[in-house]
Design a protein around this ligand. Structure first.
Ligand SMILES: NC(=O)C[C@H](N)C(=O)O
Length: 331
C-alpha cells in the first residue's frame, strides 16, 4: 500500500517486439506485444510499485509523428494532474526515444518523474534487455529522487537527461549516451542514484503549452555533405515549411548553393536554424556563418533532430528570430 503508483504508457518499439527465434536480434518485428503482457512478464514490478498499464498507440518508433507526440503529451499531463499517479513510464522504440524525450521535456507541466524506456533486443530474444530496463524505469518513476529532473531516459542501468541523450549505436545495449556530457546517474536494484542534473529549463519552467494545439508547425531537416545541392531546401520551402534545420558539416558550415537557398527561404519568412551533423559540441552563433547578417538562428549544442523539436515549439509562440535564438540558449 505504501508503494508509489506508476502508470506505464506503452507506445510500441522493440521492447514490445517479437522475433522468429530466440536468437533473432535483427529482423524481428517491433510493436507486437500489448502493455498487459509487458507488465505480466515482469512480476517483480509489484514489489516496487502499484503499476497500471495503458496502450496509447502501438508503433515502431521510426513511425513517430508530431500528432502522436501531441496525443502522448496530453495524456501524460492529464495523468500527472491526478493525485493517484506518482510517476509515469513510457515504453518506446529506441530509434526516436531521444526526440520524444526532448519534446516531453519541453511540454510536460509537472515535476513528477516521467521516464522513457526501450530495449535493443526484442522480448523473445535470449538475454532480452526489456524486462530489466522496465523494472529499473518503474523504480526511477516511483522515486522521489527523480522529481524535478526533467524527462529521463533509463536503459542499461543508466539514467540520461532528455536534452542531451542520443542513440549512438545501431545495435549495442549501451547505445544511449550524452556525448561529452555524460549520464545523470545509474539504477541499482530499481533505485536511482543521481550524480548530475541537466541545467537547462524544462517541464514546468518552459513557456510552451500544447494543451490547445492539435497540430505543430511544419519543420524539416536538410543534411549537409560534400556535393550538397539546394534541391531539398527548395522542395521543403515549396511544400510550405515554416522552419528548416540544417544539419551542417562541422560547426554548422553551409555549402554555397545550400546557403543561397536558405537565404532565399529566410527572405520568404522561413526560420532557419543551423545545427551540426557531428554529434557533439556547440554550433556557435556567427561562427561558420554570419547569423546576424543572414538572420539565422544557431542551435547551441542541440543535435538536428532536437533542434527541429525546439524550433517547432518556438514557432507556436513567435516568428521573431531574436526570441527564437533566446529559446535556443534557454532550453
Ligand atoms: N530498438 C528499437 O526499439 C528499434 C525500433 N526500430 C524502434 O525504434 O521502434
Amino acid at each position: 500500500a505504501d508503494l508509489p503508483n506508476v502508470t506505464i504508457l506503452a507506445t510500441g518499439g522493440t521492447i514490445a517486439g517479437t522475433g522468429a527465434t530466440s536468437t533473432t536480434t535483427v529482423g524481428y518485428t517491433a510493436a507486437k506485444i500489448g502493455v498487459e503482457k509487458l507488465i505480466e512478464a515482469v512480476p517483480e514490478l509489484k514489489t516496487i510499485a502499484n503499476v497500471k498499464g495503458e496502450q496509447v498507440f502501438q508503433i515502431a518508433s521510426e513511425n513517430m509523428t508530431n500528432d502522436y507526440w501531441l496525443t502522448l503529451a496530453k495524456r501524460v499531463n492529464t495523468l500527472l494532474r491526478q493525485s493517484d499517479v506518482d510517476g509515469i513510464v513510457i515504453t518506446h522504440g529506441t530509434d526516436t526515444i531521444e526526440e520524444t524525450a526532448y519534446f516531453l521535456n519541453l511540454v510536460v507541466k509537472s515535476d513528477k518523474p516521467v521516464v522513457i524506456v526501450g530495449a535493443m533486443r526484442p522480448a523473445t530474444a535470449i538475454s532480452a534487455d526489456g524486462p530489466i530496463n522496465l523494472f529499473n524505469a518503474v523504480g526511477v518513476a516511483g522515486s522521489k529522487d527523480a522529481k524535478g529532473r526533467g524527462v529521463l531516459v533509463a536503459l542499461n542501468d543508466e539514467i540520461q537527461g532528455a536534452r542531451e541523450v542520443t542513440k549512438t549505436s545501431t545495435m549495442l545495449a549501451n547505445t544511449f549516451r550524452a556525448p561529452e556530457l555524460g549520464n545523470l546517474g545509474y539504477v541499482v536494484r530499481g533505485q536511482p542514484m543521481f550524480y548530475r542534473a541537466s541545467t537547462r529549463k524544462h517541464t514546468t519552467a518552459t513557456e510552451f503549452d500544447i494543451s490547445r494545439l492539435d497540430k505543430l508547425p511544419e519543420v524539416d531537416i536538410v543534411y549537409g555533405y560534400a556535393n550538397a545541392k539546394r534541391l531539398p531546401v527548395d522542395a521543403f520551402v515549396a511544400a510550405g515549411d515554416a522552419g528548416l534545420v540544417h544539419a551542417g558539416t562541422g560547426n554548422g558550415s553551409l555549402a554555397n548553393p545550400v546557403k543561397e537557398a536558405l537565404k532565399e527561404a529566410r527572405a520568404k519568412g522561413v526560420v532557419i536554424v543551423r545545427s551540426s551533423r557531428t554529434g557533439s559540441g556547440i554550433t556557435a552563433r556567427n561562427g561558420e556563418a554570419n547569423d546576424d547578417e543572414l538572420d539565422f538562428v544557431a542551435a547551441d549544442n542541440l543535435n538536428p533532430q532536437k533542434a527541429r523539436i525546439l524550433l517547432m515549439l518556438a514557432l507556436t509562440r513567435t516568428h521573431d528570430t531574436g526570441e527564437i535564438q533566446r529559446m535556443f540558449q534557454t532550453y
